[in-house]
Structure formats: structure tokens, C-alpha cells
Design a protein around this ligand. Sequence first.
Ligand SMILES: Nc1ncnc2c1ncn2[C@@H]1O[C@H](COP(=O)(O)OP(=O)(O)OP(=O)(O)O)[C@@H](O)[C@H]1O
Length: 322
Amino acid sequence: MTMPNQYILLATLSLQEAKESSEIENIITTQDDLYRSYYPTQQFISTSAKEVHNYAKALTTGFDTITTTGLLTNNTIIDIQQIIESNNAGFRTQGGTQLVDQQNKKTVYTPPQTGQKIIALMSDLERFINDDQLSDYDDLVKMALIHHQFESIHPFYDGNGRTGRILNILYLSKQKLLGAPILYLSRYLNRHKTEYYQLLQAVRDNKSNNDDWQAWLLFMLKALQVTSQDTLKTIKGIIALMLNCKQTIKAKLPKIYSHELINNLFTHPYTKVEFVTDELGIHRNTASKYLNQLVDIGLLTKHKLGKDNYYLNRELYDLLSS
Ligand SMILES: Nc1ncnc2c1ncn2[C@@H]1O[C@H](COP(=O)(O)OP(=O)(O)OP(=O)(O)O)[C@@H](O)[C@H]1O
């Protein structure tokens, strides 16, 4: 709420979430490729950067839908997976899906196999997500239960991991625990991937009865706690950098100062002449002059890639990567 322009957080943090969540599925992209790609014009530096941008798009599309309807339905879940995977296969109708341990190639878990069973289970889950009367558990606990159940149903042929992690944030937003979708668990889950996978499975193996549920819930609550603290730190860091940037431009280049310029520099860690031209509504030559002046006073650094020049806001980039 203290951010002058919340879109900055959505643009930067949702891409970080997309990066981390995709990395859990071994889709690896660098910060450079990520921020040099641009979804609106479909310019992607690499195929994995494209997948990561699709994930961010799926997330914001899901958020827009629940903001409008107040519901998180199976249709929305199908739309999300469709944007992530760029296919419209929908829920599985054929058997054969198994979860395999990547190291020893053994099957860890066989999710439900028939289309009928998947639809029945997803209908139950949809009811659980949307009808608050069905359970009086805390919403954070419900989020962890929903994630476990969704991954256990594994309703799609692919994209289940990433779709399930988007559901976490959408559920918290739907329950109005978040005003903007900016609490992203994937960094924590990625750092604790082995435990994340083990705990998902342990509940099902249930070797020590109910303790496995407890361990799973505590793991997810810890993920929420750590992520909340980290996110607040990041937001405070961005606010401080914006203030510093504003003061520096006002002092050294007062003629080019505008809110729109500051917003541009903090929405795109790597900005370009085109972005400034579009977002400030100024001529290309003027945009180019502004960016070079910002390089001269040390606020940006210039990098050439192919035909394009990119202007890096290094401090923002470092803060988001840290
Ligand atoms: N034992 C398990 N039980 C249930 N879910 C699990 C288990 N182990 C891992 N998962 C979940 O499954 C996800 C990976 O699913 P899978 O390997 O089938 O890929 P996928 O469906 O193509 O999804 P994506 O493309 O997003 O990786 C993990 O990220 C995790 O959320």
C-alpha cells in the first residue's frame, strides 16, 4: 500500500515468482534473459524465458478473473494451465500419468487415472475452495490442503506443479488476505525442493499416521512466514531505491524528471528506448537522449545485445536477484 505505483511490484515480483516456480520444473532462465524479454510484443530471448513469461501471464489472468468474480473455479484453473502450457488439452482423459523419481526413475505415485474420477475429485476441490462453510480451518491451512490435494489429483497431463503453485496465491487473494498478488512461495519451495517433494509424498505414505499432515502444514506455514518477511524487505528496498533515484534525477537532470520516467525505470529492470517512447509518449530520439543522460549520471548502465541497446537499473536488478 505504501508503493506509489503497485504495478511495479506486479511486474517485477510476478516475474521472479514465474522464474522460481519454473525452475522447480527444471525450466531455467537467467535474470538477464527474463528481463530482456517482453510479453506484450512477444519478444523472447529464449524458449525458457517465453515459458516463464507465460507463467506470469497465467498468474495475472487468474488474478483478474478472481478479482472480477470472487470465485476460483475449475474453468479458471483450466485457463491458467492452458496459458502456461500453450495447449488446450484440459483435464486428463487418458490414463498413464505417473510421478517418477528423477534420480532412480521409479514411480513414486500414480494419481487418479480416469477422466471421470478426475472430474469428480476436481469438483469436490472446487467446492472446498469456494464454499467457506465447508471447513473452519484457517485460510492459510486451507491453502496448504488445497495445494496438496491439487497435486495429488494431478488433473493435467503437464503443468500441474506450476498451476498448483499459482493456485496458492490466487486462493490467498480470493480470501482477501492479500490486496495484490505479490506473496510468492516458489523461491522458498525451490530452495527446499527435496523437502517439498518428500512431504507431499509422506502424507500419502502416512508411515507415522497424522504427523505427516502436520509436517506438511508446518512446512507451508513456514514458507508463508519466511516469504512474507522477505517480500516486505524487498518492497522496502524498492521504495528506498525509487526515492533515491527520484532525488538524483531531480538534482542532476531536473528537466527530464517525471513520475512516468521513474515508473518506467522500476517496471523494467532492463529498459529500452521503445519502452520509454511508449510509456512516456515521447519521440524516440528524446527517449534515447534521456536514457543516455541517465547512464552519464550513473543511474543506468548500457548493454548491447544484437541490434538492441538495453539500459540496466543495476541496483533494482541486484535487489530482485538477492
Ligand atoms: N509425491 C508427490 N505427490 C503429489 N505431488 C507431487 C509429488 N511430488 C511432486 N509433486 C508435485 O508435482 C509437481 C511436478 O509434477 P510433474 O513432474 O508431473 O510435472 P508437470 O505436471 O508437467 O508440472 P510442471 O510442468 O509444472 O512441472 C511438483 O512441482 C510438485 O508440486
